[in-house]
Each structure stands twice: as structure tokens, then as C-alpha cells.
Design a protein around this ligand. Structure first.
Ligand SMILES: [Zn+2]
Ligand SMILES: [Zn+2]
Length: 237
């Protein structure tokens, strides 16, 4: 069956994410947009994932818990987990690998923890959108240790992307899949170094009006977290 997905979304916990991106409003907007499968991927944290997954499930969506990890090389990698519990354990590990910088909400934006009913639970004081000391080559195995799957984000963009930083696709890093941004030119994937790679395209929405309608789909035997993870990994039957 065909399911419309968006697996890269930011909430108000990302400093660059709009304060309007509350877990509840984000889930409501995704449902309104006609999406079937969604994932919350804030910068270096899964802190709003439980609230988002609950709000999304209540609206009939399948929601995965995730994170957009920033590696020590300044490469963004989307990491997805089957449930908030696995994601939170991964998030606790990443938290120990963040630099001790404080966020300046005036300059970078607020970082709000919220429940699924639009209540503010607190504010993160550390700067979440910083590079961790985790190297890109560690990420596939590290995510898998927590039951997750990782793919480099927006590889066609010049900044914070694997190709922007490394210049060439390195297949020894063991990423079978990469994300293209919405504005990626159609002939980009004909680069010889990308041969054999599979791709997803997500919105990377930071504002409610950046959430797409039903545009990108995946074919799954059933709409479950396991089926999505297998589809991403290319191990589906
Ligand atoms: Zn990014
Ligand atoms: Zn992002």
C-alpha cells in the first residue's frame, strides 16, 4: 500500500523551529496535509518526540521518534527510532556528547519542551544546534545499537551536509540511503559517486506553512514502524 510520508520535521524544541511548531499543532497540520507517516527530528534531541508521537497517533498518523544529529564534522544525519523509548535513550547518549554552550533565545530562538496538549513543560538552556563530538562514521552503528536507522540529511545542500563537508559520497560509511532537499535539481542524483544509493525527500519544515501535502510516498505491506524501518534500510521482503 502507498503511504505519504514526511520524516524530517522540527518542533519548537529546535532553536530555529518556530514556537508555533508545538507537538500538537505539528501533528494536526501533518494530518490536515494528508500525510500518513511522520517523524519528529529536532536538532540533537528527542525531547518532544513522546508528545508528538502521542498527538500524531491520536490523529490517525503513524509517527516515528527521531533526531537530526549534528556530527563533529558539522554533518546533519537524520536518525529514526521505532518508538520514543528507544529515541530517548539515544537522546540521553547524544546529550553527553554536546558542547556545554548556553542557548541565547534572543539570538537563536527558544527551545521549548511541550506535552501533547500545548502546555509548555520547560525550556532547554543548552544550545541544541551545536556539533556533537560524534563522528559521522560512528553514526550508522550507533543508531542501530538503539534500534534505529540513520541517513545523511539534505546531501545536495552546501552546508551541514555530507557532500558539502566531504565533497564526495563515501560508500564505506555504510549509509544505504540519503535525503535530498525539496529544491534538489533532478539531475543531481546522476553524480557517479551516488550510483546505487537510494533516496528520500522530506520537507525539513521549521514552520507550519513549510509542511507539505501528500507528495512523497512509500510502498509498505502494512503501516507499522517496523515496515518503515525495513523500507528505509532496503531490507523489506
Ligand atoms: Zn539540517
Ligand atoms: Zn532539519
Amino acid at each position: 500500500m502507498k503511504f505519504y510520508y514526511d520524516l524530517h520535521l522540527h518542533s519548537c524544541l529546535s532553536p530555529c523551529g518556530s514556537d508555533e511548531m508545538t507537538p500538537a499543532d505539528l501533528a494536526a497540520m501533518c494530518a490536515l496535509a494528508g500525510l500518513d507517516i511522520v517523524a519528529l527530528t529536532d536538532h540533537n534531541t528527542c525531547g518532544n518526540c513522546a508528545a508528538f508521537c502521542q498527538a500524531a497517533q491520536e490523529r490517525g498518523l503513524l509517527a516515528l521518534a527521531g533526531m537530526e544529529l549534528c556530527t563533529q564534522e558539522d554533518i546533519h544525519v537524520v536518525c529514526l527510532f521505532p518508538d520514543p523509548e528507544h529515541a530517548e535513550r539515544f537522546s540521553a547518549y547524544v546529550s553527553e556528547h554536546l558542547p556545554p554552550f548556553s542557548n541565547d533565545p534572543e539570538v537563536f530562538g527558544r527551545q521549548l519542551y511541550m506535552d501533547g496538549e500545548d502546555n509548555i513543560l520547560g525550556e532547554e538552556e543548552r544550545m541544541l544546534a551545536a556539533s556533537t563530538d560524534i563522528s559521522v562514521e560512528e553514526v550508522p552503528a550507533l543508531a542501530a545499537e538503539y534500534g534505529g536507522f540513520a541517513f545523511p540529511a539534505h546531501i545536495d545542500r552546501p552546508s551541514f551536509s555530507l557532500l558539502g563537508v566531504l565533497g564526495l559520497w563515501d560508500s564505506s560509511l555504510n549509509f544505504p540511503l540519503a535525503e535530498l532537499s525539496h529544491s534538489c535539481p533532478a539531475d543531481f542524483i546522476r553524480r557517479p559517486d551516488l550510483e546505487g544509493l537510494r533516496f528520500v525527500t522530506n520537507s525539513d519544515a521549521h514552520y507550519l506553512d513549510q509542511i507539505w501535502g501528500a507528495e512523497r510516498s512509500m510502498d509498505l505491506p502494512e503501516r507499522t514502524g517496523e515496515a518503515v524501518m525495513a523500507w528505509l534500510a532496503g531490507t523489506e521482503k
